[in-house]
Design a protein around this ligand. Sequence first.
Ligand code: PMP
Length: 401
Amino acid sequence: NSVFAHVAQAQDDPILGVTVAYNKDPSPVKLNLGVGAYRTEEGKPLVLNAVRKAEQQLVADRSHVKEYLPISGLADFNKLSAELMFGADSPAILENRISTVQCLSGTGSLRVGGEFLASHHHQPTIYFPTPTWGNHHKIFTRAGLSVKAYRYYDPTTRGLNFHGLMEDLGSAPPGAVVLLHACAHNPTGVDPTLQQWEQIRKLIRSNGLLPFFDSAYQGFASGSLDADAKPVRMFVADGGELLAAQSYAKNLGLYGERVGALSVVCGSSDVARRVESQLRVVIRPLYSSPPIHGASIVATILKDRDLFHEWTLELKEMADRVISMRHQLFDALQKTGTPGDWSHIIEQIGMFTFTGLNKAQVEFMNKEYHIYMTPDGRISMAGLSTRTVPHLANAIHAAVT
Ligand code: PMP
């Protein structure tokens, strides 16, 4: 007898549930392509050298203490994160129009942004691409926004439904918030071209919509931090306002450190100062202040030319390995003569491939080949290696024939 006896068992998180099932499988050939974390060619998690060195510096530095950070986080970290996202020469930075607060990775940044919008934005409706990262709906619904959808992915081309996207955003009410994946769209791996981004930008600005960028993969898509930030910077360059949530989980491999930032690019420095004061009002009752360790690692790397350079090389190596996995899988499917057009595997970008496999095929591959992925047919390319590509290609071949 418990006062909680009525509490029902909640459903496992659909993405994290994949790993739970994988861990229970005793098969030696089992393959986890569900998890959105980078793995080496040997299938191991990776701590970047730049991170190890920054941590050594922090440990050696006796002045580095464990005091509380301010509510808005580590000042250096916030400044450097804004520069990384928007470019050090960004007019919005030079004009002090950005308020940046350290948050708990990408998820926490999105949530703080959502809470702020729910309290202070005149149109508390947010539009998500279909499909989108499953947590978006939960984060923004909990924050008190109402949630709408815009068309994004076209299953017939396995590419972007640009016409549908423009039509749906074109009919969104003025002020509506539009969630945009800055690069490496999750789960589809489909990004607009820069020309399409320019058209999206024009539409959003002329209809008075408010862009909210989710940047969880800066540098991880193309291997270049600047190239992956281009769409966001196009929206800053026009002088308009926006929000951006940054995560260092993937690009610095700091998953469990929970380090990220929310930036609100405002029309003036005066507005930015007041916005920041309200972000602190959101954060204080949630967790008082963010953790210090991860942000100190990031600030150390971003401040130090050599460490920063080393990071960019390691980041490029991760991105290149993922891209190479795309080519190897594509080639293996060609070699086995698997029916169908698999060119989307090499055209999509970022951590995930949206294979186009249906639920029954996913279940078949799970049962017969011990391959684990989300039921929508999304596979993490970062979970794959030269050694495991043939197993996956054989499974896909068997599933579609
Ligand atoms: N947005 C997207 C699109 C993501 O894929 C992720 C990571 N799966 C996140 C945000 C946030 O992740 P984290 O909270 O670990 O930074």
